[in-house]
Write a protein that binds this ligand. Sequence first.
Ligand SMILES: [Zn+2]
Length: 165
Amino acid sequence: MNRGNKAIERFPSRRGRFIRVDMRHSLSPPVFRIGRSKTGLGLFATSPIRKGAFIAEYWGKRIPTKTADDLNSKYLFEINSRWTIDGSDRRNIARYINHSCRPNAEPDIRNGTIRIRAVKSIDPGDEITYNYGNGYFETFIKPLGCKCAACARKRRRARSKRARA
Ligand SMILES: [Zn+2]
């Protein structure tokens, strides 16, 4: 895979601010941009991404899962009962991928590496999402109400049903 010679790419985030991303862990040239989403920043496709394609690795410091709960980080990704990745480094582009209950990507964990892959074809402009899993959902998302597109649609449908009733 040609990853180019540039390791660090600057992504504009908001008003003159840039996020520096380490491109050695993702498709290069990038097929995504960082943009505004309902839950803050998110990752959006800028080119078509075919089903099955590798998008980015979720990388970071590898820490024992036993001690991970003591860290106050939103960016912990448990590989197994032994190891967890702390993906809070801003150069980790995968940390900008938001949760969805009906995602278009998913993490593929192999040999201690977390690779985010497309599970359907993704169009330019689509937000790239994966399902964060039950544990994370119950603890962090459910108490606030899930803001993913699928749940927003569900709420709209429920509201219009109530309005008709
Ligand atoms: Zn949802």
